[in-house]
Structures are given as structure tokens and as C-alpha cells.
Design a protein around this ligand. Structure first.
Ligand SMILES: NC(=O)c1ccc[n+]([C@@H]2O[C@H](COP(=O)([O-])OP(=O)(O)OC[C@H]3O[C@@H](n4cnc5c(N)ncnc54)[C@H](OP(=O)(O)O)[C@@H]3O)[C@@H](O)[C@H]2O)c1
Length: 339
């Protein structure tokens, strides 16, 4: 397993991060469609993860409404995984209770959420705390100040961002810089061969600001595996009932065709080709893999052995071009006068 530094920190994380969104989910809600893994399977997976050299694990308070954190914390305790050998990340934002202050990024909820996550995880501190998305009512100044103070409290080591528009990330970093507060170290965003939107603004910003990139849903929730073709769908896959993240299906079918040919050449699976593609993109620090079975996990870990050639990458580019967007095309056009 290869390890990469996270942004401009001295922290090293494995090039794959293990996502735990498949843990828990007994009720008939959205989470139950994703995984439903219980303690025995969770422990088997964690054991394989640690064995592989993956040192980076991702969860969120909202995954199965706290069950993912609980199962993960119990698993790490059962397996006696040394605390100083893993980098554990969790998130906050979503509503955890039907009460007005049990959601969002207010100072009130930042401190309460971290306490609740630590209890469920059976830990004293979180390595990376992510804001899980935008809070439309809390000011950026309150958010950045609260995150700075939670780091100062010792309960969180680093802070990072999911799903914010680029302008908001840049503004938050500027506030932290001018106030002398802790800055964000990385970005967790949706990125797969079929959805390359982050290449417009977020990737160039991350490279310029030295922020790590942690892609989520690299298989587009299971679509880029060969289970979905023009001929039909695998009804056991979560994507058959839970159509997330949204994708251009025609483009995805074309990609699966091309990736199917590459899989034959490399004696790999389509999922492994998809994961290798994400891993090899500019700025990517650690790809967050999901798995519903131990076999999927094993195959996903094995994908790190696969290196796509320039020619392979070109074939994928040909069927997943990034649509030109304004002002990007104008910036490109105008930059020519400096060449
Ligand atoms: N920050 C955010 O907003 C955000 C959002 C979503 C996820 N995440 C993080 O990213 C992690 C990964 O997301 P994801 O689960 O959506 O990732 P994904 O890799 O796009 O999808 C994983 C799903 O694909 C299928 N799969 C996985 N490996 C496979 C293989 N080798 N062959 C065939 N099918 C395979 C499984 O579902 P089936 O067997 O049911 O097909 C699995 O649950 C999550 O655990 C979470 O930590 C973050």
C-alpha cells in the first residue's frame, strides 16, 4: 500500500480510504438499502482493511443514524487496533434528532456532534472532522471559528470539507488565514469517471491551495462495475433501488463498454479499472472505497496493483469528456495570448 501526504500537512494516509457507509441500517430507510452490515461482517472487513495496510477510515455521524460510528468503534475495540495506527475521519451536518439545534454547523452543534461521535466511536479524539455539506444559515465566520476551537480543544486533529462550492472553500480558507485559525486540509467530493464535475473549479483550487482530494463514490454507487448495462441491471445492487449519485446513464454505459475492454486487457474487473482511473487523477490523495461484501473489499484493495497506461486513460477520456463550461472555455481561450 502506498501512502500520500494530506495537503500541506505531515500526515500520511493510504492511497485507499475505507468508507463505512455500508455499516448498519436496520430500519426500512435509505441507509438500509446501502449495506446493512452488522458487527461480525464489520469486524471481518476491518480486519482485512488493517491487514492490507489501509490506515484511513471514513464514517459520518449520519450513516445509519449513528450505527456506522458505533459498529466501527466497537470493531476497532474488538480487534484491538492501535489508536496511533489509524487515521479516523467522521462528519457532521445532517439532522440527528428532530430538534432545531440537532443539525448544521453552528458552534452549538459542532461541539455537541463531536461529543456524540466520540462516544459512539469509543475514542478520545477524531483525526479528521469534515463538514458534510453547506449550512445555509450559519455564517462562515462562526463555522470556521467553531472548527478552530474544537481543534484547539484537542478533540479533533484536522478539519476538512465535503460538498461545498469552491468559492465557499476559498472564502473559509481566507477567513482562517487572516484570523490565524486552523485551516482546512482537504476536500471530500464525489468523483468518478462518469462525473468529472470537480475538474472545473475544485481540482484546480485544491492544487493551488495545497488541499488533499478524497473522492467519494468512485464507482458511482456501484454503477461502474459492469452490473448495469444497456441490456439490464443487477437487482441485488443497491443502485437498482437507490439511484444515487445522479449520473448520465448513456455516458455510463459507454464507459462500461470501454472499461470492459480494458478489464480484459489487464485481467481485471470493471470496478478495478474504475478505481484505478480515480486513483490516477490529478490531485487525488486517497480514494474512498465502499464495499458490501468481503470479496468486493478484497478486489477493491487489489485495484492498487493496477496502473492504467496513457493510452488506457485516453480511451476513457474519449467517452467521458468534461463538457466545456463558462467561464472555463473563455479563460482557456484568453490564456492563449500569453503563450
Ligand atoms: N461526503 C459525502 O457526501 C459522501 C457521500 C457518499 C459516500 N461517501 C463516502 O464514500 C464511501 C464510498 O461511497 P460509495 O459506497 O458510494 O462508493 P462506490 O464505490 O461508488 O459504491 C460502493 C458500492 O458499489 C458496489 N461495489 C463495491 N465494490 C464492488 C466491486 N468490487 N464489484 C462490484 N460491486 C462493487 C457495492 O454495492 P452493491 O453490491 O449494492 O452494488 C458497494 O456498496 C462511503 O462509504 C462514504 O464513506 C461520502
Amino acid at each position: 500500500m502506498k501512502y500520500n501526504t494530506v495537503g500541506n500537512t505531515g500526515l500520511l494516509v493510504s492511497e485507499l480510504c475505507f468508507g463505512t457507509m455500508t455499516f448498519g441500517g436496520q430500519q426500512e430507510d435509505m441507509w438500509a438499502q446501502i449495506g446493512r452490515l452488522q458487527q461480525k461482517e464489520v469486524n471481518e472487513m476491518l480486519s482485512a482493511v488493517v491487514e492490507s495496510g489501509i490506515n484511513f477510515i471514513d464514517t459520518a455521524n449520519v450513516y445509519s443514524f449513528g450505527q456506522s460510528e458505533q459498529l466501527l468503534g466497537q470493531g476497532l475495540t474488538d480487534l484491538q487496533v492501535p489508536r496511533d495506527e489509524i487515521v479516523l475521519a467522521t462528519k457532521l451536518l445532517a439532522k440527528m434528532k428532530d430538534k432545531p439545534n440537532s443539525a448544521g454547523l453552528s458552534r452549538y452543534n459542532v461541539f455537541n456532534s463531536v461529543e456524540a461521535s466520540l462516544k459512539r466511536l469509543q475514542l478520545d479524539y477524531i483525526d479528521i472532522l469534515y463538514v458534510h455539506g453547506v449550512d445555509p444559515i450559519t455564517s462562515l465566520e462562526e463555522i470556521v471559528r467553531s472548527l478552530n476551537d474544537i481543534v484547539e480543544s484537542g478533540k479533533v486533529r484536522y478539519i476538512a470539507i465535503c460538498n461545498w462550492p469552491a468559492w465557499m472553500v476559498a472564502k473559509a480558507q481566507a477567513i482562517a488565514y487572516y484570523k490565524g485559525w486552523h485551516k482546512f486540509i482537504g476536500l471530500q467530493y464525489y468523483y468518478s469517471a462518469v462525473s468529472r464535475d470537480i475538474e472545473h473549479e475544485l481540482v484546480p483550487m485544491a492544487v493551488d491551495h495545497d488541499l488533499a482530494i478524497f473522492p467519494w463514490s468512485p464507482l458511482a454507487g456501484g454503477f461502474l462495475t459492469g452490473k448495469f448495462t444497456r441490456e439490464g441491471a443487477d437487482s441485488d445492487s443497491r443502485r437498482a433501488t437507490f439511484d444515487f449519485p445522479p449520473i448520465d446513464k448513456e455516458k455510463a454505459y459507454d464507459l462500461v463498454d470501454v472499461m470492459g475492454d480494458l478489464a480484459k486487457i489487464h485481467d481485471a474487473t470493471i470496478a478495478q479499472i474504475s478505481l484505478a482511473w480515480v486513483r490516477q487523477q490529478q490531485g487525488v490523495t486517497s480514494t474512498i472505497i465502499g464495499a458490501k461484501t468481503l470479496e468486493q473489499l478484497r478486489l477493491n484493495i487489489e485495484s492498487t496493483q493496477l496502473i492504467l497506461t496513457e493510452e488506457d486513460l485516453k480511451k476513457i477520456d474519449e467517452v467521458s469528456p468534461l463538457a466545456k463550461q463558462y467561464p472555463g472555455w473563455m479563460v482557456e481561450r484568453q490564456a492563449n495570448y500569453r503563450k
